[in-house]
Design a protein around this ligand. Structure first.
Ligand SMILES: Nc1ncnc2c1ncn2[C@@H]1O[C@H](COP(=O)(O)OP(=O)(O)O)[C@@H](O)[C@H]1O
Ligand SMILES: [Mg+2]
Length: 256
């Protein structure tokens, strides 16, 4: 048994994509030799310009993509395919809540869906949904509403409830606040922090916004063209500002 069974561990992970048709195929590594470790209750923030490989790395961490090289583990088990072997063991919150909330299903049904996959039904599931709505700051009455009846911030709260309802060990937030108004972003970032203190999940928080990432993360990892350019504890991250690429990211996110 691993000493820290909740840790997400990536060792030497590379992901190679093919481009073009079979007769003119070329390959490139969207992610190259990345090492990463996230413990229970910890958030690693991932920043980098568009196309730097953030979402590709997220897919590896969610077990949706098998690394071309290296290993990705949740505890001591390979992550690839883990969602099928252990439904509800990990979850994702994406940029647009519409991607995880079915427009035709009530909020309550959407939140209950991952529970059903994990084998929890009926009264027990309903109670859990009510509980989760409360945890994300939504009134129980929202269970019967449709996604379009909620504001953008409320919808993102609902998709966080859906991600959290199975008590996953690990959650990926991929640009989860990027589409929201700035004032709403702060509320959602605070919610993520509070929920993590309560539920102790490990988190990978991805954004092109360095400020948001520093705010929620314990450690910040900077990705450039698929490789780790910098990594530092969020507290001392400004020391990495000597790096011109990081300075540019900060300028782009409007902090300078
Ligand atoms: N399925 C795919 N097939 C081929 N290339 C891809 C695929 N997904 C992403 N890419 C390429 O890999 C690189 C990294 O993409 P991505 O991980 O989405 O970056 P980010 O999330 O940082 O914007 C980009 O050059 C992108 O065009
Ligand atoms: Mg992306």
């Amino acid at each position: 048994m691993n000493a820290t069974p909740h840790a997400v561990t990536l060792e030497g992970v590379s992901v190679r994509y093919g481009r073009g048709m079979a007769w003119s195929r070329s390959w490139f590594d969207a992610v190259r030799q990345v090492d990463l470790r996230i413990d229970a209750g910890q958030t690693v923030g991932l920043v980098g310009e568009s196309g730097s490989g953030k979402s590709t790395l997220a897919k590896v961490c969610l077990g949706l993509l098998r690394p071309s090289e290296g290993t990705a583990r949740l505890g001591d088990e390979a992550i690839y395919g883990i969602g099928r072997r252990h439904p509800g063991s990990l979850a994702a919150v994406l940029q647009h809540p519409e991607w995880s909330l079915n427009p035709k299903l009530s909020i309550g049904r959407s939140i209950a869906e991952p529970l059903g996959v994990a084998g929890v039904h009926g009264e027990q599931a309903a109670a859990r949904v009510t509980q989760m709505l409360d945890h994300v700051g939504l009134n129980a009455a929202y269970a019967t509403r449709l996604p379009h009846e909620l504001s953008g911030g409320q919808r993102q709260r609902a998709s966080i409830a859906r991600a959290l309802v199975t008590m996953p060990r690990f959650i990926v937030f991929d640009e989860a606040v990027s589409a929201l108004d700035v004032s709403i972003q702060a509320q959602i970032l605070n919610l993520v922090k509070t929920l993590q203190q309560e539920f102790r999940f490990a988190a990978l928080f991805i954004s092109h916004d360095l400020g948001a990432v520093r705010y929620v993360s314990h450690e910040v990892v900077v990705l450039r063209q698929g490789t780790v350019q910098e990594r530092a504890p969020a507290r001392s991250f400004y020391a990495a500002m000597a790096n011109p690429y990081v300075r540019q990211l900060q300028t782009d996110s409007g902090l300078l």
